[in-house]
Design a protein around this ligand. Structure first.
Ligand code: KIV
Length: 277
Protein backbone atom coordinates (compact mmCIF):
# COMPACT_ATOMS: atom_id res chain seq x y z
CA UNK A 1 0.00 0.00 0.00
CA UNK A 2 1.29 3.42 -0.92
CA UNK A 3 1.64 6.19 1.65
CA UNK A 4 -1.11 8.78 1.29
CA UNK A 5 -1.11 12.54 1.62
CA UNK A 6 -3.17 12.09 4.80
CA UNK A 7 -0.36 10.05 6.34
CA UNK A 8 2.14 12.76 5.38
CA UNK A 9 -0.07 15.37 7.05
CA UNK A 10 -0.41 13.15 10.15
CA UNK A 11 3.37 12.95 10.41
CA UNK A 12 3.45 16.70 11.03
CA UNK A 13 0.68 16.42 13.62
CA UNK A 14 2.60 13.67 15.45
CA UNK A 15 5.90 15.55 15.19
CA UNK A 16 7.46 12.77 13.06
CA UNK A 17 10.16 14.05 10.73
CA UNK A 18 9.45 13.49 7.03
CA UNK A 19 12.15 12.29 4.62
CA UNK A 20 11.91 13.12 0.93
CA UNK A 21 14.53 12.23 -1.67
CA UNK A 22 14.69 12.64 -5.41
CA UNK A 23 14.96 9.67 -7.76
CA UNK A 24 14.92 9.63 -11.54
CA UNK A 25 15.22 5.98 -12.57
CA UNK A 26 13.78 2.54 -11.79
CA UNK A 27 16.76 0.97 -10.00
CA UNK A 28 17.46 3.91 -7.69
CA UNK A 29 13.78 4.45 -6.92
CA UNK A 30 13.50 0.80 -5.93
CA UNK A 31 16.30 1.14 -3.37
CA UNK A 32 14.89 4.39 -1.94
CA UNK A 33 11.45 2.81 -1.73
CA UNK A 34 12.77 -0.33 0.00
CA UNK A 35 14.51 1.82 2.63
CA UNK A 36 11.07 3.21 3.49
CA UNK A 37 11.47 6.84 2.43
CA UNK A 38 7.85 8.03 2.30
CA UNK A 39 8.16 10.74 -0.39
CA UNK A 40 10.04 10.39 -3.66
CA UNK A 41 10.34 13.48 -5.83
CA UNK A 42 11.04 13.11 -9.52
CA UNK A 43 12.50 16.60 -9.51
CA UNK A 44 13.20 18.69 -12.56
CA UNK A 45 16.73 18.75 -11.08
CA UNK A 46 17.05 15.70 -13.34
CA UNK A 47 17.74 18.24 -16.08
CA UNK A 48 21.06 19.02 -14.40
CA UNK A 49 22.11 15.76 -12.72
CA UNK A 50 20.78 13.31 -15.32
CA UNK A 51 20.70 15.24 -18.59
CA UNK A 52 23.56 17.73 -18.17
CA UNK A 53 21.61 20.95 -18.71
CA UNK A 54 22.97 24.09 -17.05
CA UNK A 55 19.72 24.70 -15.19
CA UNK A 56 16.27 23.17 -14.78
CA UNK A 57 14.75 25.58 -17.29
CA UNK A 58 15.15 23.49 -20.50
CA UNK A 59 13.44 20.42 -18.99
CA UNK A 60 10.34 19.34 -20.94
CA UNK A 61 7.13 17.54 -20.04
CA UNK A 62 8.21 14.54 -22.13
CA UNK A 63 11.49 14.22 -20.22
CA UNK A 64 9.69 14.49 -16.89
CA UNK A 65 7.05 11.93 -17.84
CA UNK A 66 9.69 9.50 -19.11
CA UNK A 67 11.60 9.54 -15.80
CA UNK A 68 8.47 9.64 -13.63
CA UNK A 69 7.15 6.45 -15.28
CA UNK A 70 10.40 4.66 -14.44
CA UNK A 71 10.27 5.80 -10.79
CA UNK A 72 6.64 4.74 -10.44
CA UNK A 73 7.55 1.28 -11.80
CA UNK A 74 10.31 0.98 -9.20
CA UNK A 75 8.18 1.86 -6.18
CA UNK A 76 5.50 0.17 -4.10
CA UNK A 77 5.11 2.21 -0.93
CA UNK A 78 6.42 5.74 -1.53
CA UNK A 79 4.20 8.60 -2.57
CA UNK A 80 5.67 9.77 -5.88
CA UNK A 81 5.72 13.50 -6.64
CA UNK A 82 6.10 14.59 -10.28
CA UNK A 83 7.71 18.01 -10.73
CA UNK A 84 6.07 20.28 -13.27
CA UNK A 85 8.68 21.84 -15.57
CA UNK A 86 9.14 25.52 -16.36
CA UNK A 87 6.23 27.17 -18.23
CA UNK A 88 4.05 24.08 -18.20
CA UNK A 89 1.71 25.59 -15.59
CA UNK A 90 2.18 29.38 -15.79
CA UNK A 91 0.23 30.18 -18.95
CA UNK A 92 -3.31 29.43 -17.75
CA UNK A 93 -5.29 27.33 -15.30
CA UNK A 94 -6.27 25.09 -18.27
CA UNK A 95 -2.65 24.50 -19.29
CA UNK A 96 -1.74 23.72 -15.68
CA UNK A 97 -4.64 21.26 -15.31
CA UNK A 98 -3.84 19.48 -18.56
CA UNK A 99 -0.18 19.01 -17.69
CA UNK A 100 -0.87 18.03 -14.06
CA UNK A 101 -3.29 15.40 -15.37
CA UNK A 102 -0.58 13.97 -17.66
CA UNK A 103 1.62 13.28 -14.64
CA UNK A 104 -1.18 11.36 -12.95
CA UNK A 105 -2.70 9.61 -15.99
CA UNK A 106 0.34 8.93 -18.17
CA UNK A 107 3.21 8.71 -15.68
CA UNK A 108 1.20 7.17 -12.85
CA UNK A 109 2.49 9.31 -9.99
CA UNK A 110 0.14 10.32 -7.20
CA UNK A 111 0.93 14.01 -6.72
CA UNK A 112 2.58 16.93 -8.48
CA UNK A 113 4.81 19.81 -7.37
CA UNK A 114 5.04 23.30 -8.81
CA UNK A 115 7.07 26.37 -7.96
CA UNK A 116 5.66 29.66 -6.71
CA UNK A 117 3.31 31.02 -4.07
CA UNK A 118 0.74 33.80 -4.42
CA UNK A 119 1.21 33.92 -8.22
CA UNK A 120 0.26 30.26 -8.75
CA UNK A 121 -2.34 29.91 -5.99
CA UNK A 122 -5.28 30.05 -8.45
CA UNK A 123 -3.79 27.16 -10.43
CA UNK A 124 -3.04 25.13 -7.31
CA UNK A 125 -6.62 25.57 -6.08
CA UNK A 126 -8.09 24.30 -9.35
CA UNK A 127 -5.74 21.31 -9.62
CA UNK A 128 -6.57 20.30 -6.03
CA UNK A 129 -10.31 20.78 -6.71
CA UNK A 130 -9.92 18.38 -9.63
CA UNK A 131 -8.51 15.72 -7.31
CA UNK A 132 -4.76 16.02 -7.86
CA UNK A 133 -2.72 16.59 -4.68
CA UNK A 134 -0.22 19.45 -5.02
CA UNK A 135 3.05 20.11 -3.23
CA UNK A 136 4.16 23.78 -3.24
CA UNK A 137 7.74 25.02 -3.57
CA UNK A 138 8.85 28.50 -2.48
CA UNK A 139 12.01 30.39 -1.52
CA UNK A 140 14.79 29.76 -4.02
CA UNK A 141 12.71 28.36 -6.86
CA UNK A 142 15.29 27.23 -9.45
CA UNK A 143 12.99 27.87 -12.42
CA UNK A 144 13.27 31.61 -11.55
CA UNK A 145 17.08 31.86 -11.32
CA UNK A 146 17.24 34.48 -14.06
CA UNK A 147 14.83 36.64 -12.08
CA UNK A 148 16.87 36.09 -8.89
CA UNK A 149 20.20 36.66 -10.63
CA UNK A 150 21.46 33.13 -9.87
CA UNK A 151 21.03 30.47 -7.20
CA UNK A 152 20.79 33.01 -4.38
CA UNK A 153 19.33 32.59 -0.90
CA UNK A 154 15.88 34.14 -0.60
CA UNK A 155 13.99 35.82 2.25
CA UNK A 156 16.91 37.67 3.80
CA UNK A 157 15.31 41.14 4.01
CA UNK A 158 12.16 41.80 6.06
CA UNK A 159 10.13 42.48 2.87
CA UNK A 160 11.38 39.32 1.17
CA UNK A 161 10.76 37.23 4.29
CA UNK A 162 7.18 38.56 4.55
CA UNK A 163 6.60 37.71 0.86
CA UNK A 164 7.73 34.12 1.45
CA UNK A 165 5.48 33.79 4.51
CA UNK A 166 2.58 35.13 2.43
CA UNK A 167 3.44 32.65 -0.33
CA UNK A 168 3.29 29.79 2.18
CA UNK A 169 -0.07 30.99 3.52
CA UNK A 170 -1.48 31.40 -0.01
CA UNK A 171 -0.43 27.83 -0.85
CA UNK A 172 -1.91 26.47 2.37
CA UNK A 173 -5.15 28.29 1.63
CA UNK A 174 -5.16 26.95 -1.96
CA UNK A 175 -4.99 23.39 -0.60
CA UNK A 176 -1.42 22.07 -0.97
CA UNK A 177 -0.59 18.99 1.11
CA UNK A 178 3.02 20.10 1.77
CA UNK A 179 5.42 22.92 0.93
CA UNK A 180 9.10 22.74 -0.04
CA UNK A 181 11.13 25.62 1.42
CA UNK A 182 14.39 26.03 -0.48
CA UNK A 183 17.42 28.06 0.60
CA UNK A 184 15.78 30.45 3.03
CA UNK A 185 17.11 31.44 6.48
CA UNK A 186 16.53 28.68 9.06
CA UNK A 187 14.59 30.96 11.48
CA UNK A 188 12.20 32.01 8.67
CA UNK A 189 11.62 28.35 7.71
CA UNK A 190 10.98 27.47 11.37
CA UNK A 191 8.48 30.33 11.69
CA UNK A 192 6.62 29.29 8.51
CA UNK A 193 6.58 25.70 9.82
CA UNK A 194 4.87 26.94 12.98
CA UNK A 195 2.40 29.16 11.14
CA UNK A 196 1.12 26.74 8.48
CA UNK A 197 -0.84 23.57 9.15
CA UNK A 198 0.69 21.61 6.26
CA UNK A 199 4.15 19.97 6.47
CA UNK A 200 7.16 21.98 5.34
CA UNK A 201 9.99 20.10 3.63
CA UNK A 202 13.27 21.99 3.72
CA UNK A 203 16.32 22.01 1.50
CA UNK A 204 18.89 24.49 2.75
CA UNK A 205 16.24 25.76 5.17
CA UNK A 206 17.51 24.41 8.49
CA UNK A 207 16.37 21.88 11.03
CA UNK A 208 13.09 23.62 11.96
CA UNK A 209 11.15 22.22 8.97
CA UNK A 210 8.84 19.22 9.30
CA UNK A 211 10.96 17.26 6.82
CA UNK A 212 14.00 17.40 4.58
CA UNK A 213 14.59 16.79 0.88
CA UNK A 214 17.88 16.23 -0.93
CA UNK A 215 18.85 15.56 -4.51
CA UNK A 216 19.98 11.93 -4.45
CA UNK A 217 23.04 12.55 -6.62
CA UNK A 218 24.28 15.14 -4.08
CA UNK A 219 23.69 12.72 -1.21
CA UNK A 220 25.48 9.88 -3.00
CA UNK A 221 28.30 12.05 -4.31
CA UNK A 222 27.71 11.00 -7.91
CA UNK A 223 27.23 14.54 -9.34
CA UNK A 224 30.64 16.17 -9.53
CA UNK A 225 30.02 19.54 -11.25
CA UNK A 226 29.48 21.26 -7.87
CA UNK A 227 28.33 20.42 -4.34
CA UNK A 228 25.58 22.72 -3.05
CA UNK A 229 26.18 24.18 0.43
CA UNK A 230 23.04 22.49 1.78
CA UNK A 231 24.08 19.03 0.57
CA UNK A 232 25.70 16.38 2.75
CA UNK A 233 27.55 13.64 0.89
CA UNK A 234 26.74 10.34 2.60
CA UNK A 235 28.85 8.49 0.03
CA UNK A 236 31.44 9.23 -2.64
CA UNK A 237 29.86 7.27 -5.44
CA UNK A 238 31.78 9.08 -8.19
CA UNK A 239 35.04 7.67 -6.76
CA UNK A 240 33.57 4.17 -6.49
CA UNK A 241 32.26 4.34 -10.09
CA UNK A 242 35.59 5.72 -11.36
CA UNK A 243 37.56 2.92 -9.65
CA UNK A 244 35.21 0.21 -10.96
CA UNK A 245 35.25 1.57 -14.52
CA UNK A 246 39.07 1.91 -14.48
CA UNK A 247 39.48 -1.68 -13.26
CA UNK A 248 37.15 -2.95 -16.00
CA UNK A 249 38.97 -0.86 -18.62
CA UNK A 250 42.35 -2.22 -17.48
CA UNK A 251 41.12 -5.83 -17.44
CA UNK A 252 39.65 -5.61 -20.95
CA UNK A 253 42.90 -4.13 -22.27
CA UNK A 254 44.96 -6.78 -20.46
CA UNK A 255 42.72 -9.60 -21.69
CA UNK A 256 41.85 -10.73 -18.15
CA UNK A 257 38.13 -10.05 -18.55
CA UNK A 258 35.95 -11.94 -19.33
CA UNK A 259 37.06 -15.15 -17.62
CA UNK A 260 35.53 -18.62 -18.11
CA UNK A 261 33.04 -17.77 -15.35
CA UNK A 262 31.59 -14.95 -17.48
CA UNK A 263 31.53 -16.95 -20.74
CA UNK A 264 29.31 -19.65 -22.25
CA UNK A 265 30.77 -23.02 -23.18
CA UNK A 266 29.70 -25.01 -26.26
CA UNK A 267 29.29 -28.70 -26.91
CA UNK A 268 32.54 -29.97 -28.48
CA UNK A 269 30.64 -31.86 -31.22
CA UNK A 270 28.75 -28.72 -32.30
CA UNK A 271 32.01 -26.83 -32.46
CA UNK A 272 33.68 -29.59 -34.46
CA UNK A 273 30.80 -29.54 -36.95
CA UNK A 274 31.06 -25.79 -37.35
CA UNK A 275 34.80 -25.98 -37.87
CA UNK A 276 34.37 -28.68 -40.54
CA UNK A 277 32.10 -26.46 -42.68
O1 KIV B 1 13.89 19.46 -8.68
C1 KIV B 1 14.19 19.16 -7.51
O2 KIV B 1 14.93 18.22 -7.22
C2 KIV B 1 13.60 19.98 -6.45
C3 KIV B 1 14.11 19.77 -5.06
C4 KIV B 1 15.44 20.36 -4.92
C5 KIV B 1 13.16 20.28 -4.05
O3 KIV B 1 12.76 20.77 -6.71
Amino acid sequence: MRITINQIREMKEKGEKITMLTAYDYSTAKIVDQVGVPLILVGDSLGMVMLGYESTIPVTMEEMLHHTKAVVRGTEQALVVGDMPFMTYHVSVEQCLQNAARFIQEAGCQTIKLEGGVTVADKVRRVVECGIPVMGHIGLTPQSIHQFGGHRAQGKTPEAAIRILEDAQALEEAGVFAIVLETVPAPLAALITEKVSVPTIGIGAGIGCDGQVQVINDLLGSFTDFVPRHAKQYAKLADIIRDAVSEYHEEVKAGTFPTKKHSLSMDESVLAELKAR
